[in-house]
Structures are given as C-alpha cells and as structure tokens.
Design a protein around this ligand. Structure first.
Ligand code: CP
Ligand code: NVA
Length: 289
C-alpha cells in the first residue's frame, strides 16, 4: 500500500513517473479510469480549498469513482468526541482512499498509521506534494525539460509549498534559489539542496515562484508583522526579468506579487492551476496501483 504524504522520501524515478503520468493523462484522458471505477475517496478537510478539493473530486468523478467531501469541522473528531485513530479506522472500512487536508503533518502520519487504505496529503502546514507534482508537469510542459532549469523563490521560505518544491526539484535536476527573511528560512535540514539568501535580488532564472505570505495556518495576529517583513520580497516586474511566473494560488495581489506580474504575459498561474486536475489523477492512480 502506498501513501502519498510527502515528496521527501520519493525517488527521482517516482517523481518523474508521477509527472510524466500527469502529462500522459492530460493527453489521453479516456485511458485512465479502470482502476478507479467504483472506488470511493473520502476527502477529510480541516482548511479551505478551491484547487485541491476540486481537482481531486473531479479527478475521481471523471475516472468513474466517487468522492465524498467531509469537512472535519462537522466531525465528532473536531468536537473532541473521537480520536483521529478511531476516525481513520472507521473511514478505512467504508472507502478505498483518503485525501486529508490538515494542519500538522503528524496528524497525517497518525491517519496513515491507522489506515488500511492509501492516504493522500492534500496539504499540511509543512508539505503540499500534490501541488508540486502539478507544478513539475507545468514546468515540463512549458520548457520541454526539467534538468538544468533554475527556479527562484521569493517570500515565505518556511511553508508547505516551498518545502515540497525543495523536496522534489533538486532531485529532478532543477536548481532552487530561495530568497526569504532569515526568520522564515526553510528548515536547516533542507539547506544543503538549495541556494539560500536573506536579501532579495534579481538572478537569471527560468521560473520565478512565490506563495502567499498569509498561509491558511498563519494566525491573524501575525498578519501585520508578516506583511512588513516580507514586503521587500514582493515579486514585481524588475525581479521577474524574462522568467515565467508561477504561484500555487490563492494569491494576494499587491502583497507577494504585483498585479502587473500575475496578470501579465509571463504568468502561467492558470495553466499551473489547470494541471492540478491531471496531477490529481496521476496521484490517485499511483496510490491505487
Ligand atoms: N494551490 C492550492 O492547493 O489551492 P487550494 O488551497 O485552493 O486547494
Ligand atoms: N502556503 C499556502 C498554500 C496554499 C495552497 C497555505 O498553506 O495557505
């Protein structure tokens, strides 16, 4: 049984398999429903979502499976009536696959440990592997290759999307350059695989990437200090140069990116979001293999 919790422990081969499979599914969507037909995925979500929820749900539906959205806010778990362990054991008896969007990665580990069925991480505070498979598929689609490219990331260096980018991109030969305030550097264990600087500057990159400064898990009381500290890291026309612009979305124009950049010709954010559907299918099929 294969869980999909993080890209940290996936090999280059496994990552490329998922990326290539996403692009094959995009080209030949009809070929990929046999394994999913009649299967049910339970989507237990503790945070809001547009892209991840819809891409996973539609992926299941288009492959003739079912998806049930279960807001954890409505669960006995959230009312303190039931443990995550018992909740998972029950879900495992009804369904074939779990997609979970939770706060702590440790919660996901608990879900996986108590599950008889594969578990997909639909975003935790520290990892967003579904996002990055879709991102890599988009990069391959745009550049025709992955190896040798350079991605520069500006902003919050200590969050789920950048962590997953760092887990995966160096493995497939993409150079990652992170610009973040020291307080928001990625975990030290990740430093050896990237270039890291605490002052934003323009570099020759193929892709410029940023993420919200105000992630779902960030407390409202931190918003104003974050906006202040990240201000210098905003991606504007000057930093962008000739690169393509990527963002996982949701985006806040005027914060991490200017409208001019995200709505400009070099922005590929909606192609990127669109590809989440094909990578969702690839991840589901990988788990049900
Ligand atoms: N990029 C992404 O995962 O978006 P949602 O939070 O809308 O799912
Ligand atoms: N870092 C962002 C990603 C959203 C897809 C968040 O966690 O809110």
């Amino acid at each position: 049984m294969k869980h999909f919790l993080s890209l940290k422990n996936l090999s280059e081969k496994e990552i490329l398999e998922l990326v290539n499979s996403s692009l094959r599914i995009k080209k030949f969507p009809k070929l990929y429903s046999k394994k999913v037909k009649g299967k049910t995925m339970l989507m237990m979500f503790e945070k809001p979502s547009l892209r991840t929820r819809l891409s996973l749900e539609i992926a299941m539906n288009q492959m003739h499976g079912n998806a049930i959205y279960y807001s954890l806010l409505d669960s006995p778990l959230s009312k303190g009536k039931e443990t995550i362990e018992d909740t998972t054991k029950v879900i495992s008896r009804y369904c074939d696959l779990i997609a979970a969007r939770v706060y702590e990665q440790e919660e996901l580990q608990k879900i996986a440990k108590n599950s008889r069925i594969p578990v997909i991480n639909a975003l935790s505070n520290t990892d967003h592997p579904c996002q990055v498979i879709g991102d890599l598929a988009t990069i391959k689609e745009k550049f025709g290759k992955l190896k040798g490219l350079t991605l520069a990331y500006y902003g919050d260096g200590n969050s789920n999307v950048i962590n997953s980018l760092i887990h995966a991109l160096p493995k497939v030969g993409i150079n990652v350059h992170v610009f973040a305030p020291k307080k928001y550097f990625p975990d030290k264990k990740l430093w050896k695989n990237i270039n890291l600087e605490d002052k934003p500057r323009k570099i020759k990159a193929d892709i410029i990437y940023t993420d919200t400064w105000l992630s779902y898990h960030v407390k409202k009381s931190e918003y104003s200090s974050r906006i202040k500290i990240f201000k210098k890291f905003q991606v504007g026309k000057e930093l962008l140069g000739k690169a393509l612009f990527m963002h996982c979305l949701p985006a806040k124009r005027g914060y991490e990116v200017t409208s001019e950049v995200i709505d400009g010709k070099q922005s590929i954010v909606f192609d990127q979001a669109g590809n989440r559907l094909f990578s969702a299918k690839a991840v589901i099929l990988w788990c049900l293999k």
